[in-house]
Structures are given as C-alpha cells and as structure tokens.
Design a protein around this ligand. Structure first.
Ligand code: RP5
Length: 220
C-alpha cells in the first residue's frame, strides 16, 4: 500500500490530499501551533529549573504548553481538578516532574487516560545556594524519584525518562505528537540530522587539533 501526502494550503487548518491505493481523499489537519497541546506540571517551584528543559524543547518545535505547579502531597485536591482541566483543554500529553517520593506523575495518570511522561528529579535541599557544589542532594540521588515513577503497578503506566532528563521528556512528547502532525515528523527528522552533523563537526575538530588541545579548549 502506498501513501502520499500533498499539502495544498500551508495555512491553518492545513488541508492535505492523501493518495492511498489510487484513491484520493482530503483531510484537514489542525495546526499544532495555536493552542497548548501539552501540560507541564511539577511538584514544586524547586523543580522548575530542571523542567524548563522540557519547555525549551517544546518551544523549539513551536508546541504551545501550559505550565503549572501541582503538588501531590501539598495540594492533593488540585490533582483531580488538574486532570479534568487537562482533558477539557484538549492536551494530548502531560509531562510531570517530581522529586523524592514523586507521586505526582502516577497520581495524575490515575485520574486521566492522557499519556503521562514522568521526569524524576534529583532533589536538593540547600535552596539558598546557587552553586552546584554547595547543594546537598537527597540521600538517594534521584533514584527514589525514578523508582516511584517507573514502578507504577500494573494497569497504571507512566513512562519515565532518566533523572533530571526533562529535555528527553520533551523530545519523547514530540515523537508522540508527530503521529498526528506530519509537519512535526519533518522537524524531528531534521533534529536528528542536526545531531548527526554536530557530532561530525566535533569529530573533525578533534581529529584536526588532537585530543589534548581539543580537551583544553572544550573544558577551559
Ligand atoms: C517534591 O518534593 C517536589 O517535586 C520536589 O522535587 C521535592 C522537594 O520540594 P520542595 O521542598 O523543594 O518544595 O514534591
């Protein structure tokens, strides 16, 4: 079976002609740039710096998102309200970050059928200090949060990315959305090509300068 998509109008909504087994049919693809499609939530304002990596990816791909703080432990009643709000808003995906016992992603998933991508966050408890070396990390270095999110019981899955890897949550969300929005598929392919090119560029420069000079320059 052969499938082609021809974009007729590059405006919103986009109308595409789909040629499938010699049959032509038209389909309207709504633009993904007009309204928030993703809800980003986090358990505390202290998670915001890490969760911003997810927002940056979404912004790069021009996907609107709505960002909120919802604490599973401190604002439990808001959890259920938020799940309803996310569905009413037409969000396609929720990205939820939390540290420590990290119940937020799992609890949100239990209130909605929307896919939830959980970001385990390594908690630090010296909020006054801006210097990384002065921060005191939680005893389990984020493993507590990773296990809380990934070890959801049967029937209530939450996808977990690596500890503090909110950017990956953003990319994964783009991959899910790309099934619905062909333009996003193209952008993801380009993103991969850019990654490839940037490794080649670095490798060329390493080869040219030699390892010791390269390291001196890169880590100065
Ligand atoms: C979790 O507790 C939050 O997600 C955060 O990562 C952690 C610490 O919260 P704060 O004490 O910094 O507010 O609920």
């Amino acid at each position: 079976m052969q499938r082609y998509m021809i974009s007729i109008f590059y405006c919103v909504p986009i109308i595409v002609a789909i040629i499938d087994n010699n049959l032509i049919y038209f389909s309207i693809i709504m633009s993904y740039t007009k309204k928030p499609l993703i809800g980003i939530i986090m358990g505390s304002s202290s998670d915001s710096k890490i969760m911003n990596d997810a927002a940056e990816i979404l912004d790069k791909f021009k996907i609107k998102h709505e960002d909120q703080i919802i604490s599973a432990h401190r604002t439990p009643s808001r959890l259920e309200e938020y799940a309803k709000h996310a569905e009413n808003m037409g969000f396609k995906i929720i990205i939820a970050g939390a540290g420590g016992a990290a119940h937020l992603p799992g609890m949100i998933a239990s209130h909605t059928i929307l896919p939830v991508i959980g970001v385990p966050i390594m908690v630090y408890n010296d909020k006054q200090s801006k210097k990384l070396e002065n921060m005191k990390f939680s005893s389990f270095g984020g493993l507590d949060s990773l296990l809380s999110i990934s070890e959801m019981p049967n029937g209530s899955p939450v996808v977990a990315v690596g500890i503090n890897k909110a950017g990956n949550a953003g990319i994964y969300a783009m991959k899910i959305l790309a099934n619905e929005f062909p333009e996003l598929k193209k952008k993801l392919k380009q993103y991969k090509l850019d990654q490839h090119d940037s490794v080649l560029k670095e490798s060329e420069s390493l080869k040219k300068q030699g390892l010791s000079k390269f390291v001196q320059k890169k880590f100065k």
